[in-house]
Design a protein around this ligand. Structure first.
Ligand code: RP5
Length: 168
């Protein structure tokens, strides 16, 4: 799945350690689609294809990507290792596996050493990863920022309506 059209460079790179992460990670893609943000999707395993992983991170900014969303489960080193070789913002998504309820993934991603930040979302929080990427891009895109404000207003309306129903 890729929204990148022709030779145009997408704004966001969504990568994951395995295709088994996709059922969690596709929510990031859907969030980006809602805002018409272009993206690419790939498997870049930190442990099974380390050289390709480093190459992806080293080339990302030069290719024109602006944000990387990286998801992995278990010993989830992909987001942190990408952050170590790219100047781009990296958003980490802890993918829950069969054991430990995603705590292993969460702690592997969130406990980064000072100087190498990864913006870690909640366990299986790929939708928020996509929305955070939109916000980062919107900092220098007034039209995108306006759409984010509209989205936030819609959340407010939905929450307000829930209270209205409860009170009725
Ligand atoms: C991690 O190992 C991947 O990110 C995935 O969450 C996990 C299991 O991978 P598979 O064995 O399903 O390919 O690196």
């Amino acid at each position: 799945m890729s929204e990148a059209s022709g030779t145009a460079v997408p704004a966001v790179g969504i990568v994951m350690g395995s295709d088994s992460d996709w059922p969690v990670m596709e929510a990031a893609a859907h969030a980006l689609q809602e805002f018409d943000v272009t993206f690419e999707v790939d498997v870049v395993s930190a442990h099974r294809m380390p050289h390709e992983m480093v190459a992806y991170g080293e080339q990302a900014a030069g290719r024109g990507l602006q944000v990387i969303i990286a998801g992995a489960g278990g010993a989830a080193h992909l987001p942190g290792m990408l952050a170590s070789v790219t100047p781009l913002p990296v958003i980490g998504v802890p993918v829950p596996l069969k054991y430990l309820d995603g705590m292993d993934s969460l702690l592997s991603i969130v406990q980064m050493p000072a100087g190498v930040p990864v913006a870690t979302v909640s366990v299986a929080g790929a939708r928020n990863a996509g929305l955070l990427a939109v916000r980062i891009l919107a900092a220098h895109d007034q039209e995108l920022q306006a759409r984010m404000r509209d989205f936030q207003a819609s959340l407010n309306e939905q929450a307000t309506e829930k209270g209205r129903r409860l009170r009725a």
